[in-house]
Write a protein that binds this ligand. Sequence first.
Ligand code: ASP
Length: 651
Amino acid sequence: MSVLAIGVIVHCGAHMSTDYAPHRTPGHIHLPDRRAILLHSKPVASVLLPLARSPLPARTILAMLKRTHTCGKLRADNVGKTVTLNGWVDSYRHHGRLIFIDVRDHTGITQLVFDPDQGREIHDLAATYRREDVIAAQGKVVKRQSVNEKIPTGEIEIVVGKTERLNKCAKPPILPDEARDDTGAVSEDTRLRYRYIDLRRPRMQQIIRTRHKVTQTIRNTMTAMGFCEIETPVLCKSTPEGARDFLVPCRLMPRTFYALPQSPQILKQILMMAGFDRYFQIVKCFRDENLRFDRQPEFTQLDVEMAFVEQDDVFAAFEQVIRTVWKELLSLEVGAIPRLTYEEVTNTYGSDKPDLRYGVKLFDVTAIAKKCDFRVFTSAIEGGGVIKAIAVPGAASFSRKQTDALGEWVKQFGAGGLPTTKVIAGGKLEGGIAKFVDGVSPELIATLGAGEGDLLCFAADKIDVANRVLGELRRKLAGELKLADESKWSMFWVVDFPLFLWNEEDQRWDSAHHPFCAPRPEQLHLLDTDPHKITAQTYDFIINGHEMVSGSIRIHQPEVQQKIFQLLNISDEEAKDRFGFLIEAMSYGCPPLGGFALGLDRLIMLLCRTDNIRDVIAFPKTQTGADLMMQAPASVDQKQLDELGLRLKPE
Ligand code: ASP
């Protein structure tokens, strides 16, 4: 063995003694001590211990058979060529004398044939190849006797003349093809635990590479428009997005904590004051919230801020991004993008982020309902409420049990129940509250534009509750009945949000977005008298019923900012403590400014047509915030706690 080979082995040995030999350095591997992350079928140590004890490979590869092509590349044109492929064993079949191995990489699969006539030694080696082993194979491209139409390389195969096992795979706990079609054959926890195998799946490769393409497209578009990418710190001070902060104790300044940024909001505003008038960043944000299917504790935004602008300028910048992404990724031209007001969408669709790929509009039928002798309606109207209704196509087939279940379901949104009735042939109503509304049925059906087979659903309540109930119901039933035309995209801006929302529970005003959103200048005088009437220069961009972008024109005068803090019940002291540096910076020359943030994970979910946010992130967290592969979060050594001056409360 050459000196070089010995060098390699010595290096290997040294490597193993630190990273892979827990029996030698027992404190080195932190096994999980949290129930939530003890989901592993096999603790890490059960793989690592035998590895550490097993002898080093007898043969160290000096010059690997390096690939000349990737595994999805070869076609009939390449017949006769000698090629080398590297990849993972996707499957193996022993057919009498011949061994067939499908070798896979991110580009596809190629069939290798091992014939004993090509050399006994390589045939014997190939007989030991098992799934997910990493191999190299060199050989001649030949035409297949029977073409495999299912794969792009199906016309050819490689008759292998040389092969090498680059690494053996321990018995794989999951296989990349078991969940290839997302049928849920493998539990998601197992996929996340062995993420490196899961990511080998073609679908995951496609998603993560799409994500790369999207970020590259965004970067190029922003740069072409004159934006400058600037990084802002991760060790930060609490930011104003309204969620719980993740805190990081500071060792050098005992008893103090950094907060991980919920967004770079304040810093991007300060960058405008610093003269960078077109900023963007593709940035991680952290919010310690209870997680839902489309939330992660750390997520990625395209964060943008612009100086010397008005709302239209910000819209133009974002529209350029979305048009380019749609063109590059989907080869689609985005047409004119409508702007709807907050009032319009909440009244018509019961939501500030409706999906407009289907109708099912909300109608105010109070005037018609007044004529009915139906206690639920009359008492709601007497109490200052309204009667609103939707007609849901195809839902007349629902059973009594189903409509009763909907009546229960709407209660979580503040409704007392859900009066319904069905439109049957001849424009007649049947079932539910039919007998109460029979007298007004032609008027009702005409107002709702309803037809045979529709289920009419009513909300009798204060306007906000009625809108919310029917908006949620509209979304739920459209999903179940698949009312949206999946070949379409629904994109629009929502503008003219209220500046404040009344918080009934705490009896105070809250910012509808965040406290730096600017009121319409002509409404500034209402700050003292009628804050609820003020419209903010705030906007959202909605795609297929998802809030994709949120942003605003910001306040740029310190006096206005202070006034808003007062209205939000943020004391001078608290404002100084939390945002003092922003107010100070504002007083040293702040240009008019505005911006937005785009939720990148959600955008990729839409482009890749998945409902699961974890599918679009290489190393995501579970709903309990755990990384099952890294086994984070984890306990830390007492020494680390001592250095930070922290003591854990007894459980
Ligand atoms: N900082 C806001 C957010 O993260 C977006 C913005 O107003 O620019 O939602």
